[in-house]
Design a binder for this molecule. Sequence first.
Ligand code: NAD
Length: 268
Amino acid sequence: MSEIDLTGKVALISGGARGIGAETARCFAGHGAAVVIGDVLDEAGRGTAEAIRHAGGKADFIHHDVTNESEWEAAVDHAIRTFGGLEILVNNAGVEEAEHLVDLDIARARRLIDVNVNGVLLGHKHAARAMRPGGPAGRGGSIINLSSVAGLIGTPGLGAYTASKGAVRLLSKTAAVEFGFLGYGVRVNSIHPGYVETDMGRKLIDQFVGFGMLPNKLTAHADMARAYPVGRTGVPLDIARAALFLASDLSSFVTGAEIVVDGGMTVA
Ligand SMILES: NC(=O)c1ccc[n+]([C@@H]2O[C@H](COP(=O)([O-])OP(=O)(O)OC[C@H]3O[C@@H](n4cnc5c(N)ncnc54)[C@H](O)[C@@H]3O)[C@@H](O)[C@H]2O)c1
């Protein structure tokens, strides 16, 4: 048996239809967890859950917009009714917009903050209510928040996005100490990926080319990789494996931490 075993644990993964969230769902299910995938992309989400079941894992999909509080209640309730508990929440759903601050479109920025910050706040509220002693799941747990290297350092063009990811970083620490203080048995940590090749990542590269930060589209990916000491940019599995550690009991003494998974980019 692999050393990391999530058998008996139930995970809810927001934005799990594709990208990092989908890879995390496959990774957790492959290590024994039952996973509930929430997303606004119904067809892709159902497909991801179906593929996990086909491979012998336990998975289900629920339509879940993280900006909608009643859909959070429904998603948490669905996990508990379907699989008998909730021990892991991955606040993965996120959106990205790039524009220079002098061109800021406040409606787009508000929408981004609603998904990337308010969606994560709501996740803490409803998951912790379920996980805490006396709650309907009641066995404590681990909340894993997808921040970014953009929550650690400045990046031209990413004002609203960096504001949102910086907020997630510090929210994680407050939730860690608050849930500890209240005796909930719920750990909270943030993950800070560097560039990861997903739909969001590819969109970002196009935007950086548009801003003149990368010389042209053809060489953009290779040019970006040169900023990474390990010699490559990230793939979703790099991030899923960090989440796997934080989800498992191997990290039982880790809370309020920020795990930087960026191939050394932010220290180069
Ligand atoms: N790709 C990268 O380079 C990178 C780097 C650092 C951090 N991240 C973060 O990792 C997380 C996953 O990113 P990804 O690269 O897989 O992006 P992605 O765009 O491929 O996937 C994001 C998922 O979130 C879902 N989503 C968006 N709005 C939602 C909402 N309101 N409710 C529920 N689901 C919603 C999307 O439908 C999609 O399935 C995000 O929080 C992102 O900010 C990504």
